[in-house]
Design a binder for this molecule. Structure first.
Ligand SMILES: Cc1cc2nc3c(=O)[nH]c(=O)nc-3n(C[C@H](O)[C@H](O)[C@H](O)COP(=O)(O)O)c2cc1C
Length: 190
């Protein structure tokens, strides 16, 4: 069976909403087993991750870069890196932040470089940008206009039950679905 892991960190629950949306997308494709892991737990489950066909990484943007718990996971994975245990697995990423930009592209780039160091194959979002014309709105899919992965934004004065908004969750769901479809094809032809 094709197995896809989501490894994520969320300090205050907003990014977890997005991680769950990515999970819904993954599970919308038949025949996929999902491993849903917080970055702290994932550090102790590196072997389980080695058994997966794809890993999707996600975390909030803190101080313009990946949250520290995700960095700790990344550094712990150097044990796997030694033997290139995740080589040729599909990888993708998502990040949430308080500002529309908030420098969160830097977080996706960090996740992407991390995947590259592991010899993984990075899948971008694969969606056209939304909210970039006179008829657009924040309710568009990919309203932040990201290509490297799924970006979302949550208001700093609202809890995860309100923010990030539905369009960000739908965008994340589409990332999960895309990774599942790509991984299924990759596994079938390998
Ligand atoms: C320590 C810290 C640093 C942050 N740095 C940024 C930042 O650089 N850019 C930004 O837009 N938001 C920043 N934020 C806001 C968070 O990205 C935002 O609140 C996000 O929703 C938190 O996700 P979480 O609830 O999953 O932890 C920061 C928040 C914290 C706690």
């Amino acid at each position: 069976m094709t197995t896809i892991a989501i490894v994520y960190h969320s300090g205050y629950g907003h990014t977890e909403v997005i991680a769950k949306a990515v999970a819904r997308g993954v599970e919308s494709i038949e025949g996929i087993r999902l491993l849903f892991l917080k970055a702290d737990e994932a550090q102790k489950q590196l072997d389980a991750l080695t058994g997966c066909d794809a890993i999707i990484f996600g975390c909030p943007t803190y101080m313009g870069s990946a949250a520290a718990s995700m960095k700790a996971f990344m550094e712990a994975s150097s044990k796997v890196w030694m033997n290139q245990g995740w080589k040729d697995k599909i990888a993708a990423g998502f990040t949430n932040s308080g500002s529309q930009s908030g420098d969160k592209l830097n977080t996706l780039i960090q996740l992407m470089i991390f995947a590259m160091q592991h010899g993984m194959i990075w899948a971008g979002l694969g969606l056209m940008p939304g909210n970039n014309n006179s008829k657009g709105s924040v309710h568009d899919i990919n309203r932040i206009g990201s290509f490297a992965g799924a970006m979302s934004q949550s208001n700093v004065d609202e809890g995860p039950e309100k923010s990030p908004i539905e369009s960000d969750q739908q965008t994340a769901e589409l990332l999960g679905r895309r990774v599942a479809e790509i991984t299924r094809r990759w596994v079938k032809n390998s």
